[in-house]
Design a protein around this ligand. Structure first.
Ligand code: ATP
Ligand code: MG
Length: 511
């Protein structure tokens, strides 16, 4: 006999008493989860709540202490990724798992189960793999050329490739998507939502994690909230009663008042001036950022915002233009020079640029701070440890100790370490690229407070963000880019979401 729900449908997957621990500490504590065909479940919770760990058990990545899993009425053992796959369970990971120096087609072929598809052989059989990749990409609405190297793609495009790769295996019944929209701007997140709804309508059970609450409301048929490894609540977002506030309070376990700090009223003299900056797709950008000011940088994906930040920080070469800090012309040939002039840069892709995953928190924090935290060139280990503890405390990084390798922290907590790492450096200018990507609401408020404090201490802040609410909530002025060029700079009074969007899509221009 099969258990059925009220509507008479049997769950495609039922997991009971899932328990996962690391180093003797339980991070998922006896969680029950039922998934039905043709439904979307949003799994919400703070950074470190155990969302990814729960999903990884279902995908056969982590082996749980205990778990009773039933797929289509049959008790199964999900001992490995290929086991899980053979039961129709696929996962798109939070940190993308693509190989940069292989092509899109090769990456998709590698995701296929040997035996059910061409597997490794497809990497050799180029023509077939390109055709297959094309079909898989079409399914997710991507127009990426399968022959492109993955390393050349934007994060949004890589995300599409990941999903195509997950769907390329045979007969997917359960699709687990861990923060698939965190690297996507609004419009592309919308596209992904439509794709998820199409997959649901085709009968899949889809589980998605996200830190954007409105998104959970828009996409999900059911919302499941986790806190500290426990499942604490379930909601029906479409019952007309459930409010966003209720969900936020349930997931952080306290009431959240205001998200953004009060606006700063005093700005000083010009700290950073960019003159005729060109390089890559960036063309002739002129900007000033004053001491104590937060200048927001908005635009659509591909507008050249990250590229501009990389030029300023010396990651990519300038073809023309100059950078001035406190009225002094700088010669920046690489990030090391940039740091010397008092610049800090928190990059968008933490896995690639921001962290050494195999090293612990303490070591990661110390990298840009070596000069400051050492006396006469000798590093004080005790001081280092206490700094690491401070940073963990002020950003509420959820970790067992500062000795924990950064790669084993939850995604949002890794982001907090990147922030802590750069926030501690003395500098004139701080450039932040999508600083709250993948960070939960509670921690977002703490990060906003930290950014505000840095600005108030006299640092000029350049804040790149695709989150309109964040851009408007944090910035004193907002510069908008499109196609590598500056479209205009909006003063406080002029700022509105519609106006920024028009500038970003080049529907309007400012004198
Ligand atoms: N491989 C691992 N080794 C040690 N600890 C781990 C490992 N994987 C996860 N953890 C710990 O388990 C806890 C839960 O992490 P998990 O990644 O499941 O959180 P999450 O809810 O997905 O958070 P986020 O929203 O930040 O992605 C964290 O404290 C994390 O450090
Ligand atoms: Mg996670």
């Amino acid at each position: 006999m099969t258990l059925t729900d009220d509507a008479g449908k049997a769950p495609v997957l039922s997991a009971r008493g899932v328990r996962v621990s690391f180093g003797g500490v339980a991070v998922v504590k006896d969680v029950d989860l039922e998934l039905y065909p043709g439904e979307v479940v949003a799994l919400l919770g703070e950074n470190g709540a155990g969302k990814s760990s729960l999903m990884k058990v279902l995908a056969g990545v982590y082996s749980p202490d205990t778990a009773n899993v039933i797929v289509e009425g049959e008790s199964v053992h999900l001992g490995s990724v290929s086991h899980a796959r053979s039961h129709g369970i696929a996962m798109v990971h939070q940190e993308l798992n693509l190989v940069d120096n292989l092509s899109v087609a090769e990456n998709i072929a590698l995701g296929r189960e040997p035996g059910t598809g061409p597997g490794l052989a497809a990497v050799v059989n180029r023509k077939a793999s390109v055709k297959q990749a094309k079909d898989a990409l079409e399914q997710v609405g991507s127009r990426v050329d399968p022959r492109t190297l993955v390393g050349r793609l934007s994060l949004a495009q890589q995300q599409q490739v990941e999903i195509a790769k997950a769907l390329a295996q045979d007969e997917v019944r359960v699709l687990l998507m861990d923060e698939p929209t965190s690297s996507l701007p609004e419009e592309q997140a919308q596209d992904l939502m439509s794709l998820i709804h199409r997959l649901r309508d085709a009968g899949l059970a889809v589980v998605i994690t996200t830190h954007r609450i409105p998104e959970a409301f828009a996409v999900a048929d059911r919302i499941v909230v986790m806190r500290d490894g426990n499942k604490v609540a379930e909601y029906d977002p479409n019952d007309g009663k459930t409010s966003r506030e209720e969900i936020v309070n349930s997931l952080i376990g306290r009431e959240l008042t205001t998200l953004f700090p009060d606006k700063r009223t005093e700005v000083g003299s010009v700290a950073l001036e960019l003159e005729g900056m060109s390089g890559g797709i960036v063309e002739d950008v002129n900007l000033v950022v004053r001491e104590g000011e937060i200048l927001g940088l908005g635009g659509l994906v591909g507008a050249g915002r990250t590229e501009l930040a990389r030029l300023v920080f010396g990651c990519d070469p300038l073809t023309a233009g100059s950078i001035w800090v406190d009225g002094q012309k700088c010669r920046i040939r690489g990030p090391r020079d940039a740091v010397k002039y008092g610049l800090g840069f928190i990059p968008e892709d933490r896995k690639r640029d921001g962290l050494v995953l195999g090293q612990d928190i303490e070591m990661n924090l110390s990298l840009p701070n070596l000069g400051k935290w050492s006396k006469g060139g000798v590093l004080s280990l005790r001081q280092l440890a206490s700094k690491a503890e401070d940073a963990i405390g002020s950003f509420r990084v959820r970790t067992r100790s500062y000795r924990q390798p950064v790669g084993t922290l939850s995604g949002g907590n890794q982001q907090k370490v990147v922030l802590a790492k750069w926030m501690a450096v003395p500098r004139r200018v701080l450039i932040l690229d999508e600083p709250t990507r993948g960070v939960d609401v509670g921690a977002r408020q703490e990060i906003y407070t930290a950014i505000d404090e840095i600005a108030r201490s006299g640092v000029a802040v350049l804040l790149i963000s695709s989150d309109m609410e964040e851009l408007i909530g944090m910035s004193d002025r907002i510069a908008v880019m499109a196609e590598g060029r500056l479209q205009g700079v909006l003063e406080k009074e002029e700022v509105s979401q519609a106006y920024i969007f028009k500038l970003a899509s080049q529907l309007e221009s400012v004198s």
